[in-house]
Ligand binder design. Structure first.
Ligand SMILES: [Zn+2]
Length: 344
């Protein structure tokens, strides 16, 4: 089969790799019908040291189950399934708490040991706990939005929950990538009264407004903090969604949070410590967040997608075949594209 392999920063190739097969009785074999490139794939795209073996890429996909192991009972051949960006058993202490990203037996797609989503097929470990069956056909018009349940919509939702968004609250979103945009959807869905989007790109701002952002702040650093404070009666936002991960974004997030507020962070941290420890301490700001347990949110978000109340699939502004994946990375890295969908 053909699959995406990253060998070094800016070196992404599509290659022929061994066909996956059932190894463990808890495995399923999924033929991928839709996948995508993630903003988090851009971190290694800009920093990965050269590797001789390369890393298989992709952690967001929808596909058809082609075969299951003898100990798989929740999915069957022919099911259309969406995979969360981490696989999990669904039964351990943490899975039962809805924290599947900390599953005792789970793990992450791709790398050197496992298939990634940006390929024609995937061996799925712990299929019963991992895969979520979709009640539609593989070419349903809702495919883009359903695909976001594998990561960005669930991640935006997690940021909003950890930031304690609720009815009547003021939310602010740092980061205008696909996750930040889904964070706007999530904040509105959870009842935020005012939603401030911090972003600069015209196409992303337009989408943020469509998704429910009431205000847009395009300044950076201290000027952005000042502007958000002006927009929030001088006090700052109750709920800040940090959807970038680098230190400056976190400093901005803490700077625009009001005393007693919360920052929900889902951007992969690029620094070993949390910036703005002292300001967040003196203002009693809760800092929370981590990898989103998107598997836990699929059941809750699915009806809103199926019934058209939310349309997170609009974050996809480019579609490619697998051979176009390397250029898709380039386009997202150059901010030519918000998010690229791969159609098989
Ligand atoms: Zn588990």
């Amino acid at each position: 089969m053909r699959a995406t392999v990253m060998y070094a920063a800016h070196d992404v190739r599509v290659e022929t790799v061994p066909d996956p097969r059932i190894v463990e009785p808890t495995d399923a074999l999924v033929r991928v019908t839709r996948a995508c490139i993630c903003g988090s794939d851009l971190w290694p795209y800009n920093s990965m040291p050269a590797s001789e073996t390369g890393n298989r890429m992709g952690h967001e996909f929808i596909g058809l189950v082609e075969a299951v192991g003898s100990d798989v009972h929740a999915v069957k051949k022919g099911d259309l399934v969406v995979a969360p960006f981490a696989w999990s058993d669904g039964t351990c202490e943490f899975c039962q708490q809805g924290l599947q990203t900390s599953c005792i037996h789970g793990g992450w797609w791709g790398g050197t040991e496992l298939d990634g989503g940006q390929g024609e097929a995937v061996r799925v470990p712990l299929a019963d706990g991992t895969l979520f069956v979709l009640p539609v056909g593989p070419d349903d018009a809702l495919m883009p939005s359903l695909l976001t349940l594998s990561d960005v919509m669930g991640t935006g939702h997690h940021a909003a929950l950890r930031a304690q968004v609720g009815p009547g609250r003021i939310a602010a979103v740092v980061g205008d990538g696909a996750v930040g945009l889904c964070g706007v959807i999530a904040a509105r869905r959870l009842g935020a009264e005012q939603i401030v989007m911090l972003g600069r790109h015209a196409d992303r701002i337009a989408l943020a407004r469509k998704f429910g952002a009431t205000d847009v702040v395009s300044e950076r650093g201290d000027a952005a903090i000042e502007r958000v404070r002006e927009l929030t009666g001088g006090l700052g936002a109750h709920a800040v969604l940090e959807c970038v991960g680098h230190g400056e974004a976190m400093r901005t997030a803490v700077g625009i949070a009001r005393a007693g507020g919360a920052v929900g962070r889902v951007g992969v941290p690029q620094e070993p410590t949390i910036p703005s420890a002292q300001p967040s301490f003196y203002d009693n700001i809760t800092i929370a967040g981590g990898p989103a347990p998107v598997r836990a949110y699929m059941q809750e978000l699915l009806p809103d997608v199926l019934e058209g109340r939310i349309e997170p699939g609009l974050v996809f502004d480019r579609v490619t075949h697998i051979d176009g994946v390397p250029d898709g990375y380039r386009a997202m890295n150059d901010r030519e594209s918000i998010k690229v969908m791969i159609k098989f």
